[in-house]
Design a protein around this ligand. Structure first.
Ligand code: C2O
Ligand code: CU
Ligand code: CU
Length: 551
């Protein structure tokens, strides 16, 4: 029996997606002239019995802390003539891991045979090289849709290309989606790390199967440190921990289950909201901590779910950083909403909490339990967080050389099942339209015509959120006129820092501003809901050389 996507989420016990779907759908809003490539399809009922989250004991597995990647030696690179740089080798391999004490081992793919992969930790301005090695098997274990761009039958099933999300690299080291390589092949990429301290992450980016490769486990953390941040004396060492969050469906035999449509010829589905939340690859883990302050780097590595995070003791979370490093000032938040690919760094002070426990929750569901060791209450001094974390000079819209109006669109069938998503009405293979020049400051205005929130990500640049503003959908649909209906909302405190992924809600124009610095070349921008990105919500952009000064 076919299910609508709403039925499916309820059937699977997945509460995560419910919030996304709850908003009013702006049906027939988008002026769609696109030829339909796919027939409408409903979600199929899973063909295997799935693990029910209610059946799993909470807090029986210790939280895995990803190992720190170590260089395998040094190496040269054409981008750094006359130098040798630290050289890391990251082999993508199939392996098995237990996601929970009471589940059979789960076959996964991971960098260095682990999920999350080892954390790469680099100092600002200390370049390094990574050889990304595809040592995966030659067949995929998740359902490829050969009708999706770049995943046609003439391509190898297993393709991989690594991208460091949020890193400023040259185009030939950025993991362009078409620069994938097959098992037995590798690519040597250079990372300048010439950017502020931040929590980045690396993940697969192969065209048309990114959602499957990341779902299989190809993701890890990448952290950049700098002197300014170190001068603040934030918790470090074993008190500085990345928490990579994602969700999955797991079959009772331990295999990952990835949802499919009821059309075997077109299995792609518009979103995947698993019913089990994984924190560093484990379901409901616990983490023993000292009664002192910790820094947790939350990364949303889910395919399409957002996380709505809060603490079980009702205290606010203290957010100190976002996608591209520290905020100007700490922001206290009762709940932190994190969309796919967004990061939030939080400071949690366990001093004086000897012997107590605390739970990190997603909505009302447990994710992770902290157990504070009893040191007899000797450490009662809580960590003194500086009131100011760093300068984030605001980019001035007056300095923008252009504003690009870019629509976010979705083609739905009559039941509201999306068939594909597009950026500015264009497909991946359409000619490049966004062509900033080196040094240009630009405003990109995302006009969301769809009924879903889309987290939009730009490679290469960091940006600031300017504002969000409701607009008249009818005026756009009939006259292609942007008519605002309400005043613009400036970004809240937790969005006052540098970002690389921005939440774009339905019915709003979300404006960002960026200065396009970097190596000229071809990069991408896309929705970071991986199902959308794969079909067809991703576009190339070209960074053009700066104009020659006139003689
Ligand atoms: Cu997280 Cu195009 O990347
Ligand atoms: Cu990226
Ligand atoms: Cu999207």
């Amino acid at each position: 029996m076919p299910f609508s996507r709403r039925d499916f989420l309820q059937h699977a016990g997945g509460l995560l997606g419910a919030g996304i779907l709850a908003g009013t759908r702006l049906a027939h809003a988008a002026p769609m002239a696109m030829p339909m490539r796919r027939k409408a399809a409903m979600l199929a009922a899973p063909d295997v019995p799935l693990v029910n989250p209610v059946s799993l004991a909470h807090f029986v597995d210790p939280l895995p802390i990803p190992s720190l990647a170590q260089p395998a030696g040094t190496h040269t690179h054409p981008g750094y003539p006359g130098r040798t740089l630290p050289y890391y080798r990251m082999e993508m391999r199939a392996f098995e891991a237990r996601l929970h004490r009471d589940l059979p081992p789960t076959p996964l793919w991971g960098y260095a045979g682990s999920f999350p992969g080892p954390t790469i930790r680099a100092a600002k301005d200390a370049p390094l090289l990574v050889e990304w090695v595809n040592a995966l098997p030659s067949s995929h274990f998740l359902p490829i849709d050969h009708g999706v761009h770049g995943a046609e039958r003439d391509k190898p099933d297993v393709r991989a290309v690594a991208h460091v999300h949020g890193a400023k690299t040259a185009a030939d080291s950025d993991g362009f989606p078409e620069a994938w390589f097959a098992p037995g092949q590798s690519a040597l990429y250079a990372y300048p790390n010439a950017q502020d301290a931040s929590t980045l992450w690396y993940h697969d980016h192969a065209l048309g199967i990114t959602r499957l490769n990341i779902y299989a486990g190809l993701a890890g953390a990448w952290i950049i440190d700098d002197a300014h941040e170190q001068s603040l004396g934030l918790p470090a060492g074993d008190a500085d921990i990345p928490l990579l969050l994602c969700d999955r469906f797991v079959a009772q035999d331990g295999q990952l289950y990835y949802p499919v449509s009821d059309d075997p010829a077109a299995p792609w589905v518009m979103q995947c909201n698993g019913n089990l939340t994984l924190c560093n690859g484990r379901i409901f883990p616990y983490h023993e901590v000292e009664p002192k302050a910790y820094r947790f780097r939350l990364i949303n590595a889910a395919n399409s779910s957002y996380f709505d995070l809060s603490l079980s003791n009702g205290r606010a979370l203290v957010q100190i950083g976002s996608d591209q490093g520290l905020l100007p000032a700490p922001a206290e938040r009762a709940r932190i909403t994190l969309y796919p690919a967004e990061r939030a760094e939080v400071l949690l002070d366990f001093s004086g909490m000897d012997g107590q426990t605390l739970i990190l929750r997603n909505q009302e569901q447990d994710i992770l339990q902290w157990r504070v060791r009893d040191r007899g209450g000797k450490n009662v001094a809580s960590f003194a967080l500086p009131a100011k974390l760093r300068d984030v000079p605001r980019l001035d819209p007056k300095h923008a050389v252009r504003e690009r109006l870019l629509t976010l669109e979705e083609t739905d069938d009559a039941d509201g099942n999306a068939m594909q998503m597009l950026l500015d009405g264009k497909h991946w293979h359409d000619p490049v339209a966004e062509t900033p020049r080196v040094g240009d400051t630009e405003i990109w205005s995302f006009i969301n015509l769809s009924g879903d929130t889309h987290p939009i990500h730009l490679h290469l640049v960091r940006f600031q959120v300017l504002d969000r503003r409701p607009f008249d959908l009818f005026a756009w649909a009939t006259r292609r006129k942007l008519v605002y209906t309400d005043p613009a909302e400036p970004p809240p405190a937790h969005e006052a820092g540098w970002k690389d992924t921005v939440r774009c809600d339905p019915g709003l124009v979300t404006r960002i501003i960026a200065r396009f610095d970097g190596e000229p070349g071809r990069y991408v921008w896309h929705c970071h809901m991986l199902e959308h990105e794969d079909n067809d919500m991703m576009r190339p952009f070209d960074l053009l050389p700066a104009p020659k000064p006139r003689a």
